[in-house]
Structures are given as C-alpha cells and as structure tokens.
Write a protein that binds this ligand. Structure first.
Ligand code: NAD
Length: 415
C-alpha cells in the first residue's frame, strides 16, 4: 500500500499545489476587495452552496449550539481547553523587563499583545472544534482583546461550542479564500485584523500568503503531513495507525516513513492495507496514500538527515534511543517522541498546538504559539553618565555617515 519515495519529489509536490491555485485565489481576493459583503455573499453561495444574509453568529445561536452538543463532548472540550491553556501559559512572556547593562544605561523589552486578530478554523470536509481551541487559546493567553474567527457555513454546533469555550469574541460564517480576504481587507461586516492565523486547504493557505501586505500571517499551514523515523525496534501497527490518522484529513495529506529496516517498511505497508479496508474514509485516504510512501535509509544518521530535509509538520520518532534522535532533529513542526506518543494526542489534548507549518516550511517557521500574538518594543533609559559612556561613539559614527543632526542631538546634551 505504501510505495518507495524520493525526498526531492516529495518536497516539490508539497509546494507546487499552492502555485496551482494562485489565479483563482487572486480572482477571489479582487472580488472581495471590490464588492465587500456583496462579494462574500456571492462567493459563499458559489463555494459553500449557502445563501447568507448575516455573516455574524449571534449569542442566541451559540447558546442553542450548547443544547445540540452531547454534554460529555462539551466536558471533554473543557478538559482539552484546560490542558492547552496550561501549556500556552508556560510560554507567556507579556510584560516588561529592564536591566542596567552598564552604569547609566538601562535596556529592556516590553511585550504587548496584538489588539485584534483573525483565526481561521477550517470546516470544509470535516468539523474542527479542536482547531477552534488551538487557534484562539494562544491568542487569549497572550492577552489579545478582539479574537475574530471565520469558519465555513454551515457551522457545526460543536465548533461553535469550542469557539465559545476558547474565548473567541466574534464568529463569522465565512470560509475559504474569501474569509481570509474579508479579515485582511475588511468589509462592511468584518473589521480588518492585524494578523491572521490558522490552517486551511490550499485556497485558504494561498490567500494568507497573498495578503501578507495587509495582515501579518502565522505561516503556511496547509494539508496535513507526518514524517515517521523508525528503526528495527518500531512497532509496524503503531506506524500504520499514525499514517492512517494523518491520511484521513485530506486527499492532499501526505505521510512519509523513513526507516533503516526494509522489513519495518514492508510490515507497516501491510498494516496500512489492512486498516484501509476497515476505514469509513476510504475515498480521502486512498488519495492521501497516493502522495505517501517510505524511504529506506542505510543508517539512522542518514534517516535523520532525510527527515531534516523533509521538515515534516508532525514527526513521530519510533526508535530504540529516542533522545539521541530527538537531539539531532532540526526541522519539524511538532515532535512526537516514543512509541506511545500517538500524534492524535497532540491534535487534541496533550496541550501542545496542532496548527503547524506544512510543505517543508518547518525549516523556517515555528508552530502556533503565544509569541505569534505578541509584539515587542525595545526600551532604553540613558542618564548623563550613560550618555558620556557612549556619546563619542554616537557622535563619531553619525558624523561619519554625514548625519550632522544625529551627532548634534547628542552633543547638545553633553554641553
Ligand atoms: P477549509 O475550511 O480549509 O476550506 C473550505 C473552503 O474552501 C470552503 O468554504 C470554500 O469556500 C473553499 N473552497 C472549496 N473548494 C473551492 C474551490 N474550488 N475554489 C475556491 N474555494 C474553494 O476546509 P477543508 O477543505 O476541509 O480543509 C481543511 C484543511 O486544513 C485540510 O487540508 C487539513 O489537513 C488542514 N488542517 C491543517 C492543520 C495544520 O495545522 N496544518 C490543522 C487542521 C486542519
């Protein structure tokens, strides 16, 4: 069921999908920029098949959603929320620090939360209440005042409940590239935001990349991926189970097993074939598995090098010496270390964030965290003694650059 793969082909195919939708996404953005709410109505009818009058979800609708959701599921969402909040609280560093670096010179950093952000919660092929928690909680923990969320209609009651539990302040029934355009550019109904975060399909991801001049974005978080590094001690059923879990997300999801043992590749592939027969999501999984496969590495060092080149969104480490491999991993969105660390735990409830860079972007981006919702201002306080200590440097360098007024602004204070 799994075929041999080349790293180069895998990496290239993850990126090219975004280029394929550039033109239609540009057209959607243009339409929203010109037609605002009217364009949103038209695009929602076209892509979601729904006629909408009012995009904003009301308080009454949120209350009604609680009645529709099984109490046990709501309780589990609240438990997940507490774990995700706890882990993100550990990352928080809003506030200010100041330190005297030499007599008369005090330097520091003031960290401030963004005021208004937009969270995209996907909802095309599946409901993602978990993503509602993952996008909104770090923003709330950072101290963001206005958390605006867009998710495609019809919104599943579970997603509404999760958004409410997470602390979102506005919810709009808007999906796809048009939702991203509305949050970045603003319309009559949707006030523009300073930053847009959250995963989505290729249309959503392409729109985020194209609208970066208007709102900062987190990173490209497209169709899900898993990389698994395994040696001869790995358990093929666990590998196959994680592959199936990733493949059921999206026909464009992809899984790559890098192993030093051909027998593990063979056994995991047989397990995937068996699990596939029992899956209720065969149509999606079959397509995702066509993007997936295995690579046999001669040594564990070679396997680690390949994983660092792939930079997978999720990395599962299933080897005898977990820590030795973990310490050498440089590029991965989120790391799942050891055979019992099912990737699904991080998707829902361990507390780490599941909004992660895909398509090799883990080489330069970090997964969603509290820092994404903060900005920093540096601070300096210099007294007379401090000015004497650095005055000559400033005056000499400013004069050398021909910036007389710069030099004078220091000289005038030293007279
Ligand atoms: P989605 O909400 O991202 O997209 C649905 C929207 O796409 C629709 O509302 C529609 O407006 C638009 N659309 C659909 N077909 C279109 C077309 N032909 N032209 C223009 N627009 C079109 O939901 P989805 O499609 O289910 O995708 C969710 C994605 O999010 C999956 O790929 C999943 O793997 C990914 N995901 C990623 C992460 C992560 O952290 N990387 C987490 C959760 C989900």
């Amino acid at each position: 069921m799994l075929k041999p793969l080349q790293v180069e082909t895998w990496v290239q195919s993850r990126r090219s999908d975004l280029d394929d939708v550039r033109e239609p996404v540009e057209a959607i953005i243009r339409q929203v920029r010109e037609g605002k709410d009217a364009a949103l109505r038209d695009l929602t009818a076209r892509f979601d098949g729904i006629e909408i009058d009012d995009f904003r979800v009301t308080e009454e609708e949120i209350e009604a959603a609680y009645d529709e959701v099984d109490t046990e599921i709501t309780e589990r969402l609240i438990e997940a929320e507490a774990r995700i909040t706890q882990f993100h609280e550990l990352q928080k560093r809003t506030g200010m620090w100041l330190q005297e670096t030499e007599p008369g010179i005090t330097l520091g950093v003031k960290t401030t939360a963004l005021h208004r952000i937009g969270a995209y919660v996907p909802g095309g092929r599946a409901a993602y209440p978990s993503t509602a928690l993952m996008t909104a909680i770090p923003a709330r923990v950072a101290g963001v005042k206005e958390i605006c969320c867009c998710t495609p209609p019809p919104i599943h009651p579970l997603t509404l409940v999760a958004l409410d539990i997470a602390g979102v302040t506005e919810i709009y029934r808007l999906g796809g590239a048009q939702a991203i355009a509305a949050m970045a550019l603003g319309t009559e109904s949707v006030k523009p935001v300073q930053k847009i975060v959250g995963p989505g399909n290729i249309f959503v991801t392409a729109a985020k990349m194209m609208l970066r001049d208007h709102a900062e974005i987190d990173f490209p978080a497209g169709p899900s991926e898993i990389g698994i590094i395994a040696d001869a001690t790995a358990i093929p059923e666990y590998i196959a189970a994680d592959i199936m879990a990733q493949a059921e997300h999206d026909p464009k999801a992809a899984c790559v097993l890098v192993t030093t043992d051909p027998k593990i590749a063979e056994a995991a592939s047989a397990e995937v074939a068996r699990m596939f027969q029992e899956s209720p999501r065969k149509e999606i999984i079959e397509k995702a598995l066509a993007n997936s496969g295995y690579i046999i590495a001669d040594t564990l060092s070679e396997a680690i090098r390949l994983i660092n080149e792939i930079a997978p969104e999720h990395l599962s480490i299933q080897v005898a010496d977990t820590f030795s491999v973990l310490s050498k991993i440089e590029n991965a969105g989120s790391i799942f270390a050891g055979p019992f660390t099912a990737v699904a735990c991080g998707d829902y409830a361990s507390g780490t964030n599941h909004v992660l860079p895909t398509a090799g972007y883990a080489r330069m981006y970090s997964g969603l965290n509290v820092d994404h919702f903060c900005k920093t201002s540096t601070i300096q306080m210099i007294d007379r003694e401090g000015l004497e200590a650095i005055g000559d440097i400033v005056e000499t360098l400013a004069d050398a650059e021909g910036l007389h007024a710069h030099a004078e602004s220091v000289r005038i204070r030293r007279r």
